[in-house]
Design a protein around this ligand. Sequence first.
Ligand SMILES: Cc1cc2nc3c(=O)[nH]c(=O)nc-3n(C[C@H](O)[C@H](O)[C@H](O)COP(=O)(O)O)c2cc1C
Length: 401
Amino acid sequence: MIMNAQPLLFTPISLRGVTVRNRVVVSPMCQYLSVDGGPTDWHLVHLGRFAMGGAGIVFSEDSVVAADGRTTHRCAGMYDDRLIPQYRRITDFIKALGAVPAVQIGHTGRSASTRGPLDGFALLTENDAAQGFAPWPPVSVSAEPPRASGPNPRVLDHDDIRDLVQAFAEAAKRAAEAGYEICEIHGGHGYLIHQFLSEGSNRRDDGYGGDLAGRMRFALEVVEAVRAAWPDDKPLFFRVSAVEGKGGSWGMRDSLQLGRELLARGVDVIDCSSGGIGGSSTLDAVPRVPGFQTSYARRIRQALGCTTMAVGGIRDGHQAERILAEGSADLIAVATETMLDPNWAVRAARALGVDDYYSLLPRHHAFRVKRRDDQFKAYPPGSAVAIPYEIDQSEPYRWGD
Ligand SMILES: Cc1cc2nc3c(=O)[nH]c(=O)nc-3n(C[C@H](O)[C@H](O)[C@H](O)COP(=O)(O)O)c2cc1C
């Protein structure tokens, strides 16, 4: 068990001009509850509670750069200026609570035009159209659909690719205007950028396919355009599927090559995930054990000497602290556990022995929690407590009794 007065997990980190109070990152989590691409009260509460719960960085979900880049009608977007004030409400709130608002931008490519996860991402049909949720034609790097029964995506030509690169840049500009401090490009999980990267989906022979350099071209053009549009003093992250897993074609050697090119173009953090091509984006390609992707973050960090983010199966503060202490990553992203406990960061700080873990809470909560800790100091959790007297409710309580 690691107990430091200043655990690594609660040591601030500076990335370009942005200083983050600790290394706890709430990973992007699609909610499938946006309306016309925009966030609602749901998102304010969903994201706001992580900022209230002490996280250093709070990521908004994958927000797509073009309307046809949504997976479902209810996916989040960053493709229209009208969305800027809607996100601004969320970023203001997160900042007021001491956390750093971050956003992931992406494009689903051939995985578009489905229902949500509770319906197994079933393809939209004419029945859905009758309810106002019409299917639309997906686009991708090549004509192969992600699943045998799906429609063939329309193959992007060079004009489309140029427009999409521009759309990524425009989305990054909107994100900055909306108050986001960190932007992450979603390059993994079987979505459009990954569809270009992987031999499993990229069948092109026109300079955007073939060898690794060709398959990386779209990703790198996007990075260059986003880096130019995104303010210099704000960090840029890139999420990669470091390996595709069983039966996949993209592996660690490719990720290291890609990583080198990303760093040369001003990416600040490589966010190391896995999986995606060959079916559902949540395909269980890498066996799900605690910390199942941490070794990818370590390999990339050590080989490239860069800043990495570990994600996947990270459950508690001690596990997170070990990942940092062994030099596997600089940031710890947590998704599922934060749904169970939005105060994950505060609890981790307490478990790791941070004396002033109260300071991660909103002031009015901190005051009460500290008072309770002081009152109960003599009673560690689990101790048997004899109630000193029965309170007689029939008599008014008098001070000094
Ligand atoms: C509800 C939910 C939605 C997710 N949406 C996204 C997303 O928008 N973008 C992304 O890159 N990953 C997404 N993920 C993956 C997580 O960011 C994270 O990488 C993954 O869940 C592993 O972390 P965990 O074991 O802490 O859950 C999502 C995960 C969950 C549980």
